[in-house]
Ligand binder design. Structure first.
Ligand code: ZN
Length: 311
């Protein structure tokens, strides 16, 4: 009997330890919600070669040339059929390859469907690295991301082409440039520039929902994100169209506006912390409330303090 109890414990203990470390309930809830709620992707035409699909997860970019299609991000595996139905309303050409702007599930979960079909996936090297393990996302800015663990990707759904700093891909007469500017939304972000079309897919390095989420658990940096927005401005001219990670098509001035707002918040937080001000005193010194939500502004201030403590 004693031996039986010991062997039972040996079995149970690792299961408990494993389930605590890799609690996928939040991820599974999200997937179920996406399955329940997303019935179509809205098709937004940008020009003859370019579309944006808006549905579950981040904005999906669609580039079409004479023979083939390139997707930028691919939403969720569980609604691949819905994504494909929208794509097939635009074109019947095959998908040549897929670019992941970063490793987060709402942008790259579709890898789990498209990878096993043999469609090559391209990403920054750190995005691939993050996909190879279960990843607990930073929960300090938006409370609904607390305790969110994203499961690792299997081999078939991992990117097959990666790069370190910049990569150029030629597709027909289009030149596609992928830039990584270091730590920003994560440590594996790609800003994807379609030079001839003058269209940039930014991934979550630029978003329109208010205070941008920054994944401090996975190499992200608020200071780095502000720096990236400065680099992004330099890649734009007055005619550039930006596909943000989330939200409406944007222009250079929208990038400038977000950069200035975040920079003001960052500088006032650094100075406020040095002066020994409280979080709410620092918050009061910052006029802008991007989401109209003071609690997120306070979380941002605390997250900047956390980032500074790590440097
Ligand atoms: Zn993201």
């Amino acid at each position: 009997m004693k031996n039986q109890i010991v062997s039972l414990l040996i079995v149970i203990v690792p299961i408990i330890a494993f389930s605590q470390k890799s609690d996928l309930s939040q991820y599974n809830n999200t997937i179920n919600k996406v399955k329940e709620e997303v019935t179509y992707f809205k098709i937004e035409k940008i020009n003859a070669q370019f579309y944006m699909l808006v549905g579950g997860g981040g904005n999906v970019g669609v580039f079409i040339n004479d023979k083939e299609v390139v997707l930028i991000d691919n939403s969720y595996e569980i609604i691949e059929d819905i994504l494909m139905a929208s794509l097939r309303e635009i074109t019947d050409k095959p998908i040549k390859f897929i670019i992941n702007t970063h490793f987060h599930h709402d942008h790259s979960d579709g890898n789990r469907a498209f990878g096993k079909q043999g469609i090559p996936i391209v990403s920054h090297q750190n995005a691939k690295k993050r996909m190879m393990e279960d990843a607990e996302l930073y929960g300090g800015i938006y409370s609904f991301i607390k305790d969110f663990v994203q499961p690792k990707y299997n081999d078939a759904s991992l990117p097959v082409f990666t790069y370190e700093s910049k990569m150029t891909l030629t597709q027909g007469d289009e030149e596609i440039e992928l830039y990584n500017f270091g730590k920003a939304h994560t440590d594996g972000d790609s800003v994807v520039v379609f030079k001839n079309n003058n269209i940039i897919h930014t991934g979550d390095a630029f978003v329109r929902y208010g205070y941008p989420y920054v994944d401090l658990n996975n190499g992200g940096s608020i200071k780095g994100l502000i720096d990236l927005l400065g680099m992004l401005e330099l890649l734009c001219d007055e005619n550039t169209i930006l596909i943000p990670g989330h939200g409406d098509l944007s222009r250079k001035e929208d990038v400038t506006s977000l950069k200035n707002t975040l920079n003001d918040l960052y500088v006032k937080t650094v100075i406020g912390l040095k002066k020994g001000l409280s979080y709410s005193e620092i918050s009061d010194s910052i006029e802008e409330t991007l989401n109209g939500d003071t609690s997120v502004k306070l979380n941002y201030i605390k997250s900047i303090e956390l980032e500074l403590s790590r440097n």
